[in-house]
Write a protein that binds this ligand. Structure first.
Ligand code: AMP
Ligand code: MN
Ligand code: MN
Ligand code: MN
Length: 276
């Protein structure tokens, strides 16, 4: 059954709460049979996840969630079944690490001007050895009493036109898909409904993505409702592209994207796992 697949999750190698090994254990307990770890711009958790998956009898897929841009808009592309030792993907990760580091410094400077001091240092503390993300800034902004929860932080500080926002020149969509393909993986548009695009624009994104060598879109994600599933399913059919399923699990604080709680993939779609 398709709901025993979860192909989009995070560990503390990026902005997830659990270690890769703990994540796999949680996934097993939640009834997941095939799991992908897809941390933001890193493959650092994959080895540990695979070891844990072998121990618990979970079928494990090497994954990543790459940050990129299309028409100046930030887009997330999940790469599944990648070879994490591929030179090209490792080079891309290195570049993304530099982009993130520069952005983090600038976010820290901007937040300081808004009265939140030492945010860079503290975001790095929350990130530990993992990728530094806006979620880590959010954790510090909450800890220092400037906002009440993650949603509040993003609304007030970390998005466009807010004091802690820094625009990023992410790698192109085309380059990102090529990287995943070269690394032997399958490229998937993550959470398509979250970009808040018009139907025309989303259609254009999917058409471009397919022309560039992309293979699937996430039809079932943690926070989408039945209507959104129907909508994304109709895009998968219209553009004749495969469909993926992933919770985008980060931690246990967000009830809408928990492990093992995904709705099944509509049956008339081609599941992404048939592509590997
Ligand atoms: P980054 O990749 O560093 O820009 O950080 C993006 C991460 O921040 C996402 O993967 C989410 O985990 C989190 N995030 C982004 N937007 C929001 C939001 N509006 N509310 C809560 N978390 C968010
Ligand atoms: Mn995240
Ligand atoms: Mn994402
Ligand atoms: Mn994600």
């Amino acid at each position: 059954m398709s709901s025993s697949f979860d192909l989009h999750t995070h560990s503390n190698a990026s902005d997830g709460y659990f270690s890769a090994a703990e994540l796999v254990k949680k996934a097993k307990e939640a009834g997941i049979k095939t799991l992908a770890l897809t941390d933001h711009d890193t493959v650092a958790g994959l080895k540990q996840a695979k070891q844990s998956a072998d121990k618990f009898g979970v079928n494990f897929i090497n994954g990543i969630e790459l940050s990129c841009q299309w028409n100046n808009k930030p887009i997330h592309i999940v790469g599944l079944n990648i070879n994490p030792t591929n030179r090209t993907i490792l080079d891309s990760i290195k570049l993304l690490e530099e982009i993130r580091e520069e952005r983090a410094i600038r976010i820290g400077e901007k937040l300081a001007k808004a009265g939140i001091i030492d945010a860079y240092k503290n975001a790095k503390r929350f990130a530990g050895n993992g990728t530094v993300t806006r979620s880590h800034f959010a954790q510090y902004i909450i800890e220092s009493g400037h906002a009440k929860d993650q949603g509040d932080v993003f609304n007030r500080f970390l998005v466009r036109n807010k004091p802690g926002h820094v625009a990023v020149n992410w790698p192109s969509l085309e380059q990102t898909i090529a990287t995943i393909n070269v690394a032997g993986g399958v490229a998937i548009i993550a959470h398509p409904m979250r970009y808040k695009m018009t139907a025309t624009k989303l259609g254009k994104l999917i058409a471009d993505f397919k022309l560039m060598g992309g293979k699937a879109i996430e039809v079932v994600t943690g926070n989408n409702n039945p209507e959104e599933i129907r909508t994304t399913a109709s895009y998968a059919k219209k553009y004749d592209i495969a469909a993926s399923v992933g919770s985008d699990f980060h931690n246990e604080q967000t009830p809408w994207n928990q492990l093992g709680k995904l709705k099944p993939l509509p049956e008339d779609l081609r599941p992404v796992w048939e592509l590997w």
